[in-house]
Design a protein around this ligand. Structure first.
Ligand SMILES: Nc1ncnc2c1ncn2[C@@H]1O[C@H](COP(=O)(O)OP(=O)(O)O)[C@@H](O)[C@H]1O
Ligand SMILES: [Mg+2]
Length: 326
């Protein structure tokens, strides 16, 4: 039907230095199973691979049928494949503690006698705080640099984009803070309020954060190192979701690896006398496949069939690998 070559392997060959890959898309389309299969494949290529979940709702343990929460573990029968689910709650608690310390310090520094709790509440009681704590977590894993290849099962599609977009704002902010801090410092010295130089944890934190963001941005926008793949089903909503994501990512210069179509019913396995809803579904999928070719064309990397069972455990994952990297 279509003469477009669909190949994940070809993409990987053309990107030999690829190190960080992500799977984005609507909930339930198969991001986690694709992440698992990609990690397994990379390990089979001889790369020491980490499959990491920074998603507050973990599903790797379920996928791999072994407990990988809060520790690093060997996965399946693949020696070089490690999986890891980050303890989200702990990360968030730690971030809150850090913020609390900084706010307390700042209030003292600025001679503000308000209770710190209100500030801390407003700084930490919002979903963006949790998201950014998880993003920081991901950055930590990347910067530790203990693996050759990283597959992130994460929900940061909107988040990565937002945070990377924010890094410019952070830079401006930090620069302004720096300047005013220096002015304040020299004023203090002139008036010799304080003889010895005081450490400024808030400023230190901001400077450090700015550096980390800049570093992450450099890695995540480098098309030889990073690729975001988008998973869709041949259905209208998941297609709409990834169309929007891909546009955002292009805007931010984040490299798009391509599109994976999942859950395609294999027509030849269905008899003419199949239940009507099955036949209707095939018809619907065919129409959406047309749309997928039209919108994504040569960005399509793989077409994965709908299996007879869910994808769980080494055997099914290996079967998925066969299709994803056909
Ligand atoms: N090609 C497929 N055939 C059959 N079941 C699949 C297929 N892809 C995914 N699944 C199942 O669909 C469910 C959702 O997949 P999952 O990877 O958890 O989605 P997401 O991470 O995008 O929310 C899981 O139960 C998974 O085993
Ligand atoms: Mg998932």
């Amino acid at each position: 039907m279509k003469q477009i070559t669909v190949s994940m392997v070809k993409f990987m060959k053309e990107h030999p230095e690829l190190k960080y890959i992500f799977f984005g898309g609507k909930g339930g389309v198969g991001k986690t199973v694709m992440a698992g299969a990609a990690a397994l494949w990379a390990a089979k290529q001889g790369k020491k691979t980490l499959l990491a979940s920074t998603n507050p709702v973990h599903s790797l343990s379920n996928l791999l049928e072994k407990d990988v929460f809060g520790k690093a573990a060997v996965v399946c029968d693949e020696e070089k494949c490690y999986a890891f689910e980050i303890d989200t709650r702990e990360t968030i608690e730690r971030s809150k503690r850090e913020i609390r310390e900084k706010i307390n310090w700042f209030l003292k520094f600025a001679d503000i006698t308000t209770k710190a709790d209100e500030f801390i509440e407003s700084a930490t009681m919002n979903p963006a705080f949790e998201e950014s704590a998880m993003f920081e977590n991901m950055m930590d894993i990347m910067f530790k640099d203990e693996y050759d290849f990283y597959v992130f099962d994460t929900a940061p599609t909107a988040n990565a984009r937002r945070l990377l977009g924010m890094s410019k704002v952070y830079s401006l902010w930090v620069e302004k803070m720096l300047k005013s801090r220096e002015e304040a410092k020299s004023l203090r010295e002139m008036l010799s309020f304080s003889k010895k130089e005081e450490k400024d944890p808030l400023l230190e934190y901001l400077l450090n954060f700015k550096d980390r963001m800049a570093h992450a941005k450099k890695l995540l926008t480098n098309a030889s190192l990073t690729a975001f793949f988008f998973v869709t089903l041949p259905e209208s909503l998941p297609i709409a979701v990834i169309t929007r994501f891909i546009n955002w990512f292009h805007e931010f210069g984040i490299p798009v690896g391509g599109v994976i179509v999942n859950g395609v019913i294999q027509k030849e396995q269905v008899g003419k006398d199949a239940a009507e809803f099955v036949l209707n579904r095939i018809q619907m999928q065919e129409e959406h496949m047309e749309e997928i070719w039209r919108i994504f064309g040569d960005q399509v990397r793989a077409i994965v069939p709908l299996f007879e069972t869910e994808v769980k455990g080494a055997k099914m994952l290996n079967r998925l690998v066969e299709y994803l990297f056909a």
